[in-house]
Design a binder for this molecule. Structure first.
Ligand SMILES: Cc1ncc(COP(=O)(O)O)c(C=O)c1O
Length: 390
């Protein structure tokens, strides 16, 4: 049996995997075992922001792994403290808790919100329609799509859904009993859909009126992906809690819950925890990611590449009426089509470009943030070729 056949036999069939066997990665490219080269325009689902084989990440991992690769959270760990310090300094928040994944950050944020609300008799939490929070039960409770929820109920009690970007739905849902509203400021899995300023303003006013918390899910949009450190920074709002994951561990499993002064004292010794969360090697890699991404040059680069890609994709839209809309922020771009996106993504793969189909009709583009203009042009050429062949 070859490896793909073994995979079929051994695994629960939760992933419909690509028929590619990757040997190694370098920069924005992946090299398959058959020698074929692929330009990676979805970066391991928004994780590999510095591409593959980045020297700073490798050096950080090597240095840390020679000291210790795990101690447990019984110990104070230097790289963990350094990453915490950096993240809080950059974001201006007060407290942090490290997790292993995005969904675990969401679960932790839910617990933090519930504990905060329990003292104030505020129990209701809300997610958004078309949102994505993860695969664990709390995360699924915040989501509304059958695609992810069917057969898994019952879900968390007192957990509802507000229609994304619908101000009336927001107004009619929240009240004094609301503990928190969770949202992605740019919905990722949902097809790269940014929130409207109007919706954010209303949310901000209602949270002040009723005294509930706003939780920003920045797991996909955070850490410079949107062109700013957090996507919410485009909307003149300061959420009370922020969840991050995906890019923050430089390809190793790491996430975090970041809290403002409002929730700084909610958790006390022993009320929440994890064995692996904040693994020192992942934190060392995370420090390398932050060092690389927060330079002025990198910020200018990300915004320049974003402008370039948006301009070129809008040009393509003029020529190809199959493109309904080009939307997003920074290097988080969705091209909505008037037809299914999966065959387009398959055709691009055959020509050596990896993109991702999400929300049925959207081609999702989440390249490494180090993407060069030459690489962007390579993607644009192949995308155009595929559209021409339709
Ligand atoms: C916005 C958002 N929240 C939460 C998650 C869940 O993260 P993880 O897959 O690391 O559990 C994802 C993953 O795609 C996400 O995009």
């Amino acid at each position: 049996m070859n490896t793909p056949e073994k995979e079929q036999q051994l695994f629960f069939h939760t992933y419909k995997r690509l028929s590619l066997e990757i040997d190694r990665g370098e920069g924005c490219y992946l090299f398959a075992k058959d020698g074929k080269k692929y330009l990676d325009m979805f970066a391991g689902l928004a994780v590999n922001v510095l591409g593959y084989n980045h020297p700073a990440i490798i050096k950080a991992i090597e240095t840390q792994i020679r000291k210790y690769n795990h101690l447990s959270n019984y110990f104070i760990q230097e790289t963990q403290v350094q990453l915490a310090e950096q993240l809080l300094k950059i974001s201006g928040y007060e407290k942090i808790f490290f997790t292993n994944s995005g969904t675990e950050a969401i679960e932790g944020a839910l617990k933090l919100v519930r504990k905060w609300g329990s003292a104030k008799k505020k129990i209701n939490v809300f997610g958004m329609t078309n949102g994505f929070s993860g695969r664990t039960m709390g995360a699924l409770s915040l989501m509304d799509k059958d695609k992810y929820r069917a057969g898994y109920g019952p879900f968390l009690e007192h957990c509802g859904h507000i229609e994304f970007n619908n101000v009336e739905s927001l107004k009619s849902s929240v009240d004094v009993n609301t503990a928190a509203v969770f949202l992605e400021f740019v919905q990722g899995e949902g097809g790269i859909v940014p929130v409207t300023q109007d919706f954010v303003e209303t949310l901000k006013n209602l949270s002040e009126k009723f005294g509930f918390l706003i939780v920003a899910d920045e797991i996909q949009s955070g850490i410079q992906r949107s062109g700013k450190f957090f996507a919410f920074q485009h909307f003149n709002i300061e959420p009370d809690i922020v969840t991050v994951a995906k890019p923050i561990g430089g390809g190793l499993p790491l996430g975090a819950i970041i809290g403002s002064h409002k929730v700084a004292d909610v958790w006390t010794y022993g009320v929440h925890g994890t064995t692996f969360g904040g693994n020192p090697v992942a934190c060392a890699a995370g420090l390398a990611v932050l060092n690389a991404l927060t330079t002025r040059e990198m910020q200018v680069h990300i915004n320049a590449m974003s402008e370039y890609l948006f301009a070129k994709l809008h040009d393509l839209q003029q020529k190809h009426h199959v493109i309904k809309e080009v939307r997003g922020m920074g290097l988080m771009i969705g091209v909505e089509l008037h037809r299914e996106s999966a065959p387009i993504v398959d055709a691009m793969l055959a020509k050596g470009v990896l993109a991702n189909a999400t929300a049925a009709t959207v081609v999702r583009i989440l390249p490494p943030l180090i993407l060069s203009k030459k690489e962007a042009d390579e993607f644009l050429t192949i995308f155009q070729e595929v559209l021409n062949e339709l």
